[in-house]
Ligand binder design. Structure first.
Ligand SMILES: Cc1ncc(C[n+]2csc(CCOP(=O)(O)OP(=O)(O)O)c2C)c(N)n1
Length: 311
């Protein structure tokens, strides 16, 4: 849909809802085994992608993680090509060879995602170095989870970006978990104080359920990166409603309880904005039906595609 006729808050809710409905359809489809790859769902975290991407310019670049359906869609990735990629079809955004964890849509600035935790953070820093050398006004966003900040390459990336004053926005989706492990059991540092020790300005958005709060935080941070041409770290607190990978819930595992999820469910914008949800759901479901039909009817990649794009 074109968003010219609705205000920003409504646009943000629309995109949040669209991501949720796509992932709910993935849950429905998954038992059929037609989706050929593991799925890391963003249910509960959609407002982060919706708010953050709305605060960027089309020419800005985003690098994501294996949990990237939301950022792929919010940055403008094609839904038909995403669904076909999940089905492993030749019409997928990566020719059906990449699957859910490796989505890419470079034509709209979603540059790629990877199953290897933290591995796209230095890619974003490299792209920011290129933007600086080429004198471009674009900024580059590295999206990652709180667990990724424990990887050595995160620390190297902060250092390099601060040392060379690169236009990169490090965006941490802090859902407090890495698989079944809580942040308090993993980190000796505070995410913001730690970034501060590299001389990098920081911002926190504690309301990751609120796409407008995310938008405001990321817009201010992005403006600073764009004008001052140096890095910023943004941490958005959020909550993963589903299990780490797969389509189920995992409260039985024991690392968290349903009561912990309750405040996040209560402030879920898609629960509280029921009138807007009712208004937009039918048209979004039609778009999803079309994308699923496209994926189902698309051909499989041929044997000739096996070694294409393999360096
Ligand atoms: C380099 C590397 N180490 C370990 C893993 C296994 N692994 C997959 S996801 C994950 C947790 C990452 O958590 P976080 O970065 O917080 O992201 P979230 O899943 O919460 O979005 C781990 C340890 C991996 N894929 N890559």
């Amino acid at each position: 849909m074109t968003h010219d006729d609705i205000d920003l808050d409504t646009q943000l809710l629309y995109e949040t809802l669209r991501i949720r409905l796509v992932e709910l359809r993935i849950i429905q489809l998954y038992p059929s085994d037609k989706i050929q790859s593991p799925v890391h769902l963003s249910i509960g975290q959609e407002a982060v992608a919706a708010g953050a991407c709305a605060a960027l310019l089309p020419e800005d670049l985003v690098f994501g993680s294996y949990r990237s359906h939301a950022f792929y869609l919010a940055k403008g990735g094609d839904l038909r090509q995403m669904m076909a990629e999940l089905y492993g079809k030749a019409t997928g955004c990566c020719g059906g060879k990449a699957g859910s964890m490796h989505l890419a849509a470079p034509d709209v600035g979603f540059m790629g995602s990877s199953a290897i935790v933290a591995s796209t953070i230095p890619h974003a820093v490299g792209a920011a170095l290129a933007a600086k050398r080429r004198g471009l006004q674009q900024i580059v966003v590295a999206v990652f989870g709180d667990g990724a900040t424990e990887e050595g390459v995160y620390h190297e990336s902060l250092n390099f970006a601060a040392l060379h004053q690169l236009p990169v926005l490090f965006l941490c989706e802090n859902n407090g978990f890495a698989v079944h492990s809580r942040i308090s059991a993993r980190q000796s540092y505070d995410l913001l104080e730690h970034a501060d020790s590299y001389g990098i300005p920081t911002r926190l958005c504690a309301k990751g359920n609120d796409p407008r709060a995310v938008y405001d935080t990321v817009a201010a941070a992005a403006e600073r990166v764009r004008v001052e041409r140096r890095p910023t770290v943004v941490v958005v607190d959020t909550y993963r409603q589903m299990e780490h990978v797969g389509i189920g819930e995992d409260h039985h595992v024991g690392y968290r309880s349903p009561s912990e999820a309750e405040p996040w469910r209560r402030t879920d914008p898609l629960v509280n904005e029921s009138a807007l949800v009712a208004r937009f759901t039918p048209q979004i479901l039609r778009e999803i039906d079309d994308a699923v039909a496209f994926a189902e009817q698309s051909p499989w990649p041929g044997a000739d595609a096996l070694l294409a794009d393999v360096a």
